[in-house]
Design a protein around this ligand. Structure first.
Ligand code: SLL
Length: 261
């Protein structure tokens, strides 16, 4: 048992996830029955495994993540009653109705045996179609009428990410390796989920079909991380150089001061 709590130094292991939301415009009948006449949309926010299940109309979610995630807390806008919502079993998602977009805080708690601290992700709840809201970029964003938005079908806003565990406990590493994630398809016939790094996906989301993450996007994400790492190392070196120069200057001035006394 004690061995299980031993950290495996030098090892990193990751699990790909997606997080985000879908939203649909409420029909007139739904608006009447949902209990809040000012609500215009039904939405679902979720944390899922990255790969889509075969023949499913869900974005992601091929794997059950409860082997390493114990709880997901979704912190909603304060206009909601009980804005802090805990989801303790899969699927780690929450559906609501509402009228406005806001930032959702998503806190992921890992299973106790992982010994890992919770992490927080932030997701801007997206209700309005990309193509309608993007036309307004640079100007005040216009909120499309529910009638015009409904023509575009469900809105999807998903982010691919990787949860990285560094120096995991032996028992947690064993648990993770026992559950390899479903690999992403190399290419997809489905549209690409909207992603700020893929301007073309703005067009693609207009195509019918359930958006799907691919191996190509996974690789691109890895390359972006590598580039960012290199940039940070360069920055660090630059600032180290500046610090050294300043320290020398400080020393020089201190000596000068001491000589004056
Ligand atoms: C906005 N800053 O003004 C945002 C806030 C809040 C949305 C949006 C639920 C309302 C309720 C709801 O949709 N809140 O249940 O009363 O656009």
């Amino acid at each position: 048992m004690a061995e299980a709590r031993v950290r495996v130094r030098g090892v990193t292991i990751h699990r790909p996830i997606i997080y985000g939301n879908t939203a649909t415009v409420l029909t007139a009948a739904e608006r009447e029955t949902c209990g809040f006449p000012d609500h215009t949309h039904r939405w679902t926010v979720a944390v899922r495994s990255a790969a889509n299940a075969p023949d499913s109309d869900t974005v992601g979610g091929a794997d059950d993540l409860s082997y390493f995630i114990k709880r997901v807390t979704f912190k909603l806008h304060d206009t909601y009653s009980n804005p802090t919502r805990n989801v303790d079993k899969p699927p780690f998602e929450l559906s609501e109705t509402g009228w406005g977009e806001f930032e959702i805080h998503i806190r992921i708690h890992f299973v106790a045996e992982s010994g890992e601290k919770p992490i927080t992700l932030y997701h801007h709840l997206k209700l309005h179609p990309w193509s309608l809201t993007f036309q307004a970029l640079g100007t005040e964003p216009e909120i499309p009428s529910p009638e015009s938005a409904a023509k575009f079908g469900p809105v999807h806003s998903w982010q691919y990410d990787e949860i990285v565990f560094t120096d995991p406990f032996q028992s947690f590493l064993t648990l993770l390796t026992a559950h390899p994630p479903t690999p992403l398809p190399r290419t997809s016939k489905n549209p690409t989920p909207f992603h700020t790094s893929y301007p073309a996906s703005l067009e693609e989301t207009r195509k019918p079909g359930v958006p799907e993450f691919t191996g190509a996007m996974e690789r691109d994400e890895g390359e972006r991380l590598e580039e960012a790492k290199e940039k940070i190392i360069k920055e660090q070196e630059k600032w180290k150089g500046i610090l050294l120069e300043r320290e020398k200057e400080l020393e020089r001035l201190q000596k000068l001061l001491a000589a004056k006394d």
